[in-house]
Design a protein around this ligand. Sequence first.
Ligand code: CA
Length: 253
Amino acid sequence: MKLEAYARTDLGPVREHNEDAFHVDVDAGIFIVADGMGGHASGEVASAMAVEAIREILSGRADPDETRLERAAPDTEEAMRERLRYATNQSSQRIRRAAIENPAHTGMGTTVCVLLIEEEVAHLAHVGDSRIYLYRDQRLQRLTRDHTVVQQEVDAGRLTPKLARIVPHKNILTQSVGYHGSVEPDTSTRPIRPGDIFVICSDGLTDPLDDERIAQLCAQGPVDELAELLTSSALSAGADDNITVVVVAVSDE
Ligand code: CA
């Protein structure tokens, strides 16, 4: 499969710092979005550290013994998901150590979404409320389930998805990388097809735009303009946060 990727990040009209970070490596098939949090600019430290650690570990440049991939193993897909869990937890421990060493960074943390594409499959891992969507056959599917208190309330039937979008505590996370020392990322593997479009984004996109609106925008534009279209639409819909969008398009060789 051939991959193309487009990324856009925007400070938004309110924040002084962009605490989002992203990484795009088409050749390695590695795509990451992280949305940091914490006072005194430490959010951007956490998100940048997470992206760097995960990128390093997945590309095998750190901890060679731990990250060596047994490609001949029969359970390669499970091995990949294990590697994603390992990379996420390593990044969490690095951020936590940095916060302990520098009290100005106490309590910093970050969300993480990783999309790793290998030949015919995509491996996903995430912690927090940044999301990965798949747009396929004119349909948008959300592939990640937010690690938020509100999502738990929706799952338990105490809150409707519509109300969940407007309650004041909608952004409280049940786990985040760095703030919680060890984390349990959700991981999955799915086959990919030519025509698939993955959208990885921070909540700066999904707070102002609901899934229906994101689907309409995916249907609208050429894929090379989609990241820009989504970002500008979030801004005109009243975004008050940093916005980050990574678009990955799959096609035939
Ligand atoms: Ca955010």
